[in-house]
Design a protein around this ligand. Structure first.
Ligand code: SAH
Length: 346
C-alpha cells in the first residue's frame, strides 16, 4: 500500500485496479497518510489560501427526474421558485461587497432559462463586475448553447459526471438520461474553453469500490480543472428516501486521493460534507480541498433548494457569515482568499 501511495503522490498514472486497491485498503492509518500528503500538496500549490465562491441557487424547477435529487420533476412537495434577473444581480451586489469574486449560478434544468435570458444575465453581471468570474451549473445543454453562454462571459462550468459506469448511471437516472451524453457535454465544455468541473456523490445507491475506481480513472484521463464530490444524502421525497448516506471518512479519503492525483485541481469542500458532520468542511480542507462555496441565494429561497434533507444554509454556510468562516479557517491555518481564484492550469 505504501508503494501505491508513493506512486500516487509522485504523479504516476494508476490503473483502475490500482485505484480499486487504494479504495479497498481504506483504514485510519492509510487515510491519515493520504490526508497528510494531500494537505501538504494543497499548501505547496495554493499556500494557505482557500478560494471562495458565492453560490446562487437561482431556480429549483427541473425537467429531470434523477432518483437521488430532491428537486426532481416528480417531487410535488417542493415549493418551486425562480429568481429574476434583478434578484440575481442583487445577490451579486451583496456578494461583491462581501468579497466574492466568483459567482456560481446553479439550478435545475429549467426551460424558462433560455440562452437569451441567461446571456443577458451573464453579460450584465460581467459589465457590472468585470473582475469577477462566473461559473454555471445548470446541467446538460447543446454545444451551441454552451458556446453562447461562454461568449456572453461565463468562465467555468460544473457538471458532475455522477458516475463513470454506464450501469450505475442507469440505476441513478431515468432512461432518457445517458452517461454518454453527460460525457459529451463535458468534452464540449472543455473544447469551448471553459474551466470544467466534473465529480460524483460518494456512497450513492449501488456504488461499489470498483465503480469508484472507474470514477478516479475517468478523472485521471479527463483532467478537469475542478472536481466536486460530496456524500450522497437521502431526500425524503425521492425514490432513494430510505437509502443510507455516504460517509465522512470515505469522502475525505477520496478528496485526498483526488488532490494527489491532480495536484492543481480546484477541489471544493462541499455543503453536503458540512451537512453530515459539524466539522465536515474543515476536515475536507485538511484532506486536500481548497475551495468553499457559501450560499449567496436570497434568504427567503434558501430552504427551498432541497437537493437532500437537512441541507445547511445558515452558520458559516451563509455568505453573510464570511467573517465567521475566516475565523474558522484560521484555526486550521488557512485564510479566505479574495480574488477570482482561477485554475492554475489555464
Ligand atoms: N442541474 C444541475 C445542478 C444539479 S445539483 C446539474 O445537473 O448539474 C448539483 C449536484 O448535487 C448534482 O450534480 C448531484 O451530484 C448533487 N446532489 C443531488 N442530489 C443529491 C443528494 N441527494 N445527495 C447529495 N448530493 C446530491
Amino acid at each position: 500500500m505504501d508503494k501505491l501511495i508513493n506512486k500516487l503522490s509522485c504523479g504516476e498514472m494508476l490503473t483502475k485496479s490500482q485505484f480499486k486497491d487504494l479504495i479497498d485498503n481504506y483504514n485510519t492509518e492509510n487515510a491519515e497518510k493520504l490526508a497528510f500528503l494531500a494537505n501538504e500538496k494543497r499548501q505547496q500549490i495554493f499556500s494557505n489560501n482557500i478560494y471562495i465562491r458565492g453560490l446562487i441557487e437561482f431556480t429549483n424547477y427541473c425537467k429531470n427526474n434523477c432518483y437521488y435529487c430532491g428537486i426532481r420533476r416528480d417531487n410535488k412537495n417542493v415549493s418551486r421558485y425562480r429568481l429574476t434577473k434583478e434578484d440575481i444581480l442583487f445577490c451579486c451586489e451583496k456578494g461583491y461587497k462581501l468579497g466574492f469574486r466568483t459567482f456560481v449560478l446553479q439550478g435545475g434544468e429549467d426551460n424558462f432559462f433560455t440562452d437569451d435570458r441567461l446571456c443577458e444575465i451573464i453579460s450584465e453581471i460581467k459589465t457590472l463586475y468585470p473582475d469577477c468570474a462566473i461559473t454555471l451549473s445548470i446541467g446538460e445543454r447543446s454545444f451551441q448553447s454552451y458556446k453562447n453562454l461562454f461568449n456572453a462571459g461565463a468562465d467555468r462550468y460544473l457538471l458532475r459526471h455522477e458516475t463513470a459506469n454506464d450501469k450505475h448511471y442507469s440505476s441513478l437516472h431515468p432512461n432518457e438520461l445517458k452517461l454518454s451524453n453527460r460525457i459529451q457535454c463535458l468534452e464540449d465544455l472543455k473544447s469551448i474553453g471553459y474551466q470544467v468541473g466534473c465529480g460524483f456523490m460518494v456512497g450513492s445507491p449501488n456504488q461499489t469500490n470498483e465503480f469508484l475506481a472507474e470514477d478516479l480513472y475517468f478523472l485521471q484521463q479527463f483532467k478537469p480543472h475542478m472536481v466536486g464530490i460530496g456524500p450522497f444524502i437521502p431526500q425524503k421525497d425521492t425514490p432513494f428516501a430510505n437509502e443510507t448516506a455516504g460517509t465522512l471518512q470515505k469522502t475525505l479519503y477520496l478528496l485526498s486521493i483526488i488532490r494527489l492525483m491532480l495536484p492543481d485541481i480546484l477541489l471544493p469542500t462541499t455543503t453536503a460534507l458540512g451537512t453530515i458532520h459539524p466539522k465536515g468542511r474543515e476536515l475536507g480542507i485538511l484532506s486536500g480541498a481548497n475551495v468553499i462555496m457559501p450560499n449567496l441565494s436570497p434568504e427567503i429561497v434558501r430552504g427551498k433548494y432541497t437537493l437532500y434533507d437537512n441541507k445547511l444554509y445558515t452558520g458559516d454556510e451563509a455568505a453573510e457569515n464570511l467573517k465567521l468562516l475566516h475565523e474558522k479557517l484560521q484555526t486550521i491555518n488557512c485564510k479566505v482568499y479574495i480574488g477570482r481564484g482561477d485554475s492554475p492550469n489555464i
